[in-house]
Design a protein around this ligand. Structure first.
Ligand code: G6P
Length: 501
């Protein structure tokens, strides 16, 4: 990498003003590209408190997974900084070099809220909400993907490795291959890839598959996602697929390269979460949380972005019926539901918020006493320290996603339970179910089954809980996020042996 020696940080460990921006001409051997940078522009709060230095951590699992790797590598991260119509120069933050891509208000509306989150997101999540197809959204998606690809082209050294992330940028691999055949191009899809029968609805299905096939390696969360992708490549592009290799043909029908499609289940920084869970202040904070809730016998916890894929309605329905039947009593059990604000200008998300908040109000109005609350609903996001305190305070973790690429919250809960106690109720439709086999797995559509599973978790004998938790902790300790990125990057840099048999 060609860049000048960095200055020393100031006494607070924060970068100096000159360190925050770095020359636009710097080039890198390794680049990560995702819709969002790991930090979002933060507007100062009303009191003028700028304790975040103008930036706050971005939402979602992608950042959770990639930030640890990026702080250890010498690469750069290309992405949007979260503020529409604002131009920000390349800068460094938290030990990472960041290259911002600008989005106008219109780009946000058409490319981000529109095509990414009202077309692709519902289509890729089992059409839980109906996807909308608009040609203007597609045009914006193409245009913005090109802008991301151009930023990489400007900053990548010859022969650099580029790792493109997630459904917002599926055209970037092909754009990069055309502009810069010298690059090694990887792509990772953090969300599910739908079966061809559903993917078929997308009017631009061929262009999306072709965009992804620009990569040398296309990674997915589950083997079934990789399988779905390969079946779509065969069906919609007529590609020849042998085992995990897709033979990509050029315009004359000759094979230009081989793209591999494989599963690499993502994980978390297990050590970081476990260490926080052993910190006396955080343990104390978890006790305080229990105390503030009146020390109920059981605290149940849900932690999600407020998204219709997460099955929050199903969870609330189950809790409400259990309260109604007297199997749970408000004096003994409280559900803490953290629902972090997400995509608030997208219609489906607005509707969901209204529905969830109406339901919570209804449950609390019916079952609360002056002293006790059935559901403590928190429409906020919290720093990781507070999240770990909540994980420690919770006897039962509820992950009831209707469809989820992975669900890192489930893994974080397990990482935080260093005493091998607590119970995890986990949807079989979350990618995490492939790895956390000792969780209490269930189908969230089956409300009776969900209720039974919740009661089993509430009454689980300590011995059984310990056996399950120990086995899940071993799994995640052996497969943390460093393994994930190392496995992917090793596979990306392997020479492909062409399998023509
Ligand atoms: C999921 C997606 C990410 C996305 C995150 C937050 O984890 O896989 O790509 O960044 O949600 O969503 P947002 O729309 O706020 O970026």
């Amino acid at each position: 990498m060609q860049r000048p020696e960095p200055e020393k940080p100031n006494a607070e460990g924060e970068p100096t003003a000159s360190q925050r921006s770095h020359p636009a001409a710097v080039k890198y051997d390794f680049m990560v590209v995702s819709n969002r940078l790991p930090v979002d522009r933060d507007v100062q709060d009303e009191n003028g408190d700028d304790s975040t230095n103008g930036w706050k951590r971005s939402p979602g699992g992608l950042v959770t997974a990639l930030a640890p790797m990026m702080t250890k590598s010498e690469g750069a991260w290309v992405g949007w900084h979260g503020a529409p119509d604002e131009t920000v120069r390349p800068f460094s933050h938290g030990g990472m070099d960041l290259v911002p891509v600008q989005l106008s208000n219109e780009d946000v509306e058409l490319y981000y809220e529109g095509f990414s989150n009202a077309t692709l997101w519902p289509l890729y999540h089992d059409v839980i909400a109906p996807p909308e197809f608009h040609r203007t959204w597609w045009d914006a998606y193409r245009k913005v993907n090109k802008r991301f690809a151009d930023a990489v082209v400007r900053h990548a050294n010859h022969g650099a490795t580029v790792w493109v992330q997630d459904y917002q940028l599926q055209l970037v691999p092909r754009m990069l291959r055309e502009a810069r055949p010298d690059l090694r191009i990887g792509f990772f899809n953090h969300i599910p890839f739908p079966p061809p029968e559903i993917f078929a609805q997308l009017p631009w299905r061929q262009a999306i598959i072709d965009g992804l096939l620009g990569a040398d390696l296309v990674g997915f969360q589950r083997p079934s996602d990789a399988g779905n992708f390969m079946r779509s490549a065969r069906r919609f592009l007529g590609a020849s697929v042998k085992q995990q290799q897709v033979h990509v043909k050029g315009p004359d029908g000759e094979i230009t390269h081989i793209a591999r499609a494989q599963a690499f289940p993502i994980s978390i920084d297990v050590e970081q979460i476990s260490e926080l869970a052993r910190t006396p202040e955080i343990i104390e904070r978890s006790r305080q949380i229990r105390k503030d809730l009146g020390n109920p016998a059981t605290i149940l916890l849900g932690v999600d972005r407020l998204d219709y894929t997460k099955g929050i309605r199903h969870r609330l329905k189950a809790i409400e019926e259990l309260l109604n039947e007297g199997k749970l009593r408000v004096e003994d059990a409280t559900l803490i539901q953290v629902a972090s604000p997400s995509r608030e200008r997208v219609e489906q998300y607005r509707l969901l918020r209204e529905e969830i908040e109406g339901t919570v109000g209804h449950i609390n109005g019916t079952y609360d006493t002056i002293q006790n609350t059935a559901v403590r609903y928190l429409h906020h996001s919290y720093p990781v320290e507070e999240m770990v305190a909540m994980y420690l305070a919770a006897d039962v973790m509820l992950v009831t996603a209707l469809r989820d690429g992975m669900n890192l919250v489930a893994k974080e809960y397990v990482a935080a339970r260093t005493a091998n106690d607590g119970a995890l109720v986990l949807s079989e439709f979350a990618g995490a179910a492939d790895q956390l086999k000792q969780a209490l797995l269930m189908n969230p559509h089956d409300i009776d089954g969900l209720k039974d599973t919740i009661m089993k978790a509430v009454h689980m004998p300590a011995k059984e809980a310990a056996r399950r938790m120990r086995s899940m902790r071993k799994q995640i300790m052996d497969h943390d996020v460093d393994h994930w990125s190392a496995d992917f990057l090793m596979a990306l840099n392997e020479k492909v042996i062409r399998d023509d048999t």
